[in-house]
Design a protein. Sequence first.
Length: 218
Amino acid sequence: MNRLQTKYQTDVIPALQKELGRTNILSLPKPTKIVVNVGISKREGGDTSKTLESMTTQLMTITGQKPKQTAAKKSIAGFKIRSGDAVGLAVTLRGTQMWEFMDKLISIVLPRMKDFQGVSREAFDMSGNYSLGFAEQIVFPQIEYDKIDRVHGLQVTIVSSNHNKDESRKMLELSLDQELRAAIDESSIILYSIPTEQRIRVIRVMVRAYVAGKNKGK
């Protein structure tokens, strides 16, 4: 069992019961799946089929699961899109794969982002799902910059079992807060900004990891 899953069952559930005043654990919020989305636009130029093929390979590398293509539901002339055209890719992770991906996300990916200043408290939709946007896929250590054709953004959505964003926020704070603090080796909190001094330390860690990887490849 993944360490985050173990923590949720042993630490987060009792804390949520106390915080929300509930005895039935089935009524408590919990992450049910993670969806990783990538949009593909013809406005980017180049061959869309090659971009789809490249991003499919990269998403498989990042998530360990083959993505499905998402198609346009209607034609939009201004975007040069016809109904049925492939406009993106999506991967849905559940169970063990979801917990392992979430673990890598907070332990490796977020701390190694350039100028990382924490994540937003307000990125919840009305259903209690939390979304994180990444401007570059190269923040994931599995992606080698020299082997991609272009930098591309993607979105990670943590889907919650309930439909209350306040309860989802509390669940994520209890689940991920301490883990991210440990990952960046300081007392900053996942839903708050990181001080400048700590950002400098994070950058130093990233540089050392980059140099170590380059030396290992020689």
